[in-house]
Design a protein around this ligand. Sequence first.
Ligand SMILES: [Zn+2]
Length: 63
Amino acid sequence: MAVPKKRTSKARKGMRRAHDFLTPNAAVELCEACAAPKLRHQVCLECGTYRGKQVLVGRSEQV
Ligand SMILES: [Zn+2]
């Protein structure tokens, strides 16, 4: 297995990570039904809907 010859300095690590915060997390979007943030292609955990259909009991509807 390839092993780094030199330890990455704090400056170099910082330079590499300078771009990390610039990219927004595209996997998060707002639910159509309740407008809560949810992960793309996944059931909304707040209201339990997926593409406008009720598929689960949402967090907001549980007793
Ligand atoms: Zn929702």
